[in-house]
Design a protein. Structure first.
Length: 318
């Protein structure tokens, strides 16, 4: 089993929690950056523009250390198919569905929909991992989906000019929901790998592999689009690549070393309210009463769905 590098100093629990709050301030604004960049990039070209520089950084990071080179070689030799699955679902699938859906729904709604990842993970874990699901968790899943229906049907998640629900709004909301489903599949596939290899190596190597099929999205106008981008587009792209991906992944992994995984995961629930808040502050987007009510129902359902596992793991980590 590969071990983590011993040269990195761990975070204190308090500092880890403070960095996680900062992380979700960063991640909650990623939806706004995506929406801005979608005005000049098709979905897959935007994914390519974001992950191509990220993959270069990750590759260099893995190559500069002899220990990481050896672990990466072992991963590629023994688990290349799983790594391909991680790249396909975690990089290509997740981001394609998110970017397509984001073009037609508000950033706050997109952030809310991505919090379905824990629910999809639970649903996949039952048949694939043979995990038992408590009644409370099942009830939480049903409540969360009821809240999601409230948000989609009455929360005005579509474009600003849309005053009611339309078929287009439902379609793009469902497309966005495929993003957390892809992330759930990514989680199921990677569960075994992160037990045997360091999380940093698994994550960064999967980012490198996931960027390879994205090269097919390199269209004839892609270089010209990149070359003629204004500073606001460069800023949005740098935000996604540097802050949301490279720095964001580093904070997440370091926090996992200092805190129980369930404690770190609970910070995901900061994403929807923060995204809606920044959408209101920066773009004067409407926050309706039904959106707030539906969001509260979804978050309450997610809390019920996760609570039994959180309590069990809390006792285990005492």
């Amino acid at each position: 089993m590969a071990s983590r590098g011993g040269s990195e100093k761990g975070l204190s629990p308090l500092l880890a929690k403070m960095l996680l709050v900062l992380l979700f301030v960063i991640w909650s604004n990623s939806f706004t950056a995506i929406k801005h960049l979608r005005t000049i990039f098709p979905p897959m070209e935007l994914v390519l523009a974001r992950f191509l520089p990220v993959s270069v950084f990750c590759l260099v990071y893995l190559l500069v250390s002899g220990e990481r080179r050896r672990e990466s070689a072992a991963l590629l030799k023994n688990a290349w198919l799983k790594l391909a699955g991680l790249g396909l679902f975690g990089v290509v699938g997740y981001n394609y569905f998110l970017y397509v859906g984001q073009s037609e729904i508000k950033p706050g709604a997109a952030a809310l929909l991505t919090t379905l990842a824990p629910i999809f993970t639970l649903l996949l874990a039952v048949p694939l991992l043979k995990e038992r699901v408590p009644v409370r968790r099942t009830l939480g899943i049903l409540i969360a989906f009821a809240g999601l229906y409230i948000v989609v049907a009455w929360g005005r998640v579509g474009l600003g000019r849309v005053t009611g629900i339309a078929n287009a709004d439902i379609r793009y909301a469902l497309i966005t929901a495929l993003a957390p489903l892809s992330w759930a599949i990514y989680t199921i596939i990677g569960k075994d790998l992160v037990k045997r290899y360091s999380a940093v190596t698994v994550t960064y190597l999967s980012l490198v592999i996931g960027a390879v099929p994205l090269l097919a999205a390199w269209g004839p106008h892609f270089p010209a689009t990149v070359a003629t981008m204004g500073w606001t587009y460069w800023a949005a792209l740098a935000y996604l690549s540097i802050f949301c991906t490279i720095i964001g992944f580093w904070i997440w992994i370091m926090a996992l070393e200092a805190l129980p995984a369930t404690s770190v995961a609970s910070f995901v629930y900061l994403n929807p309210p923060l995204a809606a808040l920044f959408g209101w502050m920066l773009f004067d987007e409407e926050i309706t009463a039904m959106f707030i009510a539906g969001s509260a129902v979804v978050l309450f359902g997610l809390y019920l769905a996760q609570r039994p596992e959180m309590e069990a793991n809390s006792r285990k980590n005492r």
